[in-house]
Write a protein that binds this ligand. Structure first.
Ligand code: 2AM
Ligand code: CA
Ligand code: CA
Ligand code: CA
Length: 264
């Protein structure tokens, strides 16, 4: 299978789809919420998903598509190329701020991430990676991550995780983390925050609940820069419907993982 050619196709599809998002006026139309009041969806989330799905199916009729909005191809049989697509990752940012959102594609095969493409159209940053061929930002190679001490780490962390459905032990662990790192940041678009680890802008990222399309693309960037990605909690499983996620430079990753999974 020619994963590099597929990466180029994914970039072409995303570039075409991005044109639907360049008019800032349109994002204000047809805003809806899902089960969670903070999970927004707009007409353009559906439009971009439809366009990407159409392009993928026209070009690769045997491939499966699993996207956030709409029908999924499932269950996924063995030896099936699967495209995980998030038509707009960071819809709340798209609606309210018109920055820090992205279109994300991850192509997986037999449980392995093969291709990742994430495009932030407002900052015109294209992150891409093919397994075994390195990760790139706008065509420039991203270097493997070097060890960082937790006290010097910048972690992607949303204050929401300190409240709500988090048990007391986890809250304490999170509070300790927030205290012990150099700084926390919250951009509100998981795919970009994960890509920022590959790019060296963040050293780790924590999320209590993500879906496969949020991280399927970024995972490839992370492994191509020697960063780690797994469930935050040992009892969780990636690619389940929703899952906690921890990603980071290996040293920081281990420290956070141990803190979150000790004594349970
Ligand atoms: P989304 O914009 O595609 O929904 C911050 O909210 C990040 O978490 C975004 O990347 C968002 O993706 C993702 N996310 C995943 N599940 C979510 C949920 N149930 N509610 C809000 N955001 C969610
Ligand atoms: Ca959503
Ligand atoms: Ca998402
Ligand atoms: Ca989305």
């Amino acid at each position: 299978m020619d994963w590099t050619a597929m990466k180029d196709q994914a970039i072409a599809f995303i570039t075409e789809a991005a044109h639907r998002l360049y008019d800032p006026a349109i994002r204000k139309l047809d805003i809806d919420t899902k089960e969670d009041a903070d999970d927004l969806v707009t007409e353009n989330d559906f439009a971009v998903q439809r366009l990407l799905t159409k392009k993928i199916k026209e070009t690769y009729p045997t491939h499966f598509v699993v996207g956030e909005e709409g029908e999924h191809d499932q269950p996924i049989p063995e030896n099936t190329v699967t495209w995980y697509i998030d038509p707009i990752d960071g819809t709340t940012n798209y609606v309210h701020q018109y920055m820090n959102f992205a279109i994300s594609i991850g192509i997986h095969y037999d449980g392995q991430g093969k291709v990742g493409v994430i495009y932030d159209l407002i900052s015109d940053e294209l992150f891409s990676a093919v397994q075994g061929e390195g990760a790139y930002l706008n065509g420039k190679r991203l270097h493997p991550r070097k060890p960082v001490d937790l006290s010097r780490a910048i972690i992607g962390f949303n204050a929401r995780w300190l409240v709500g459905r988090v048990d007391a032990t986890t809250k304490e662990v999170f509070a300790g983390l927030v205290r012990d790192v150099r700084a926390t940041r919250s951009y509100g678009a998981a795919s970009l925050e994960l890509a920022y680890i590959a790019a060296g802008r963040l050293d780790a990222y924590v999320n209590m609940r993500l879906s496969p399309w949020d991280y399927a693309g970024a995972m490839v960037l992370l492994s191509e820069t020697d960063a780690d990605c797994s469930p935050l909690f040992a009892y969780d499983t990636l690619f389940k419907d929703s899952c906690s996620v921890l990603a980071g430079e290996t040293h920081v990753f281990k420290e956070i993982y141990q803190r979150c999974n000790a004594d349970r």
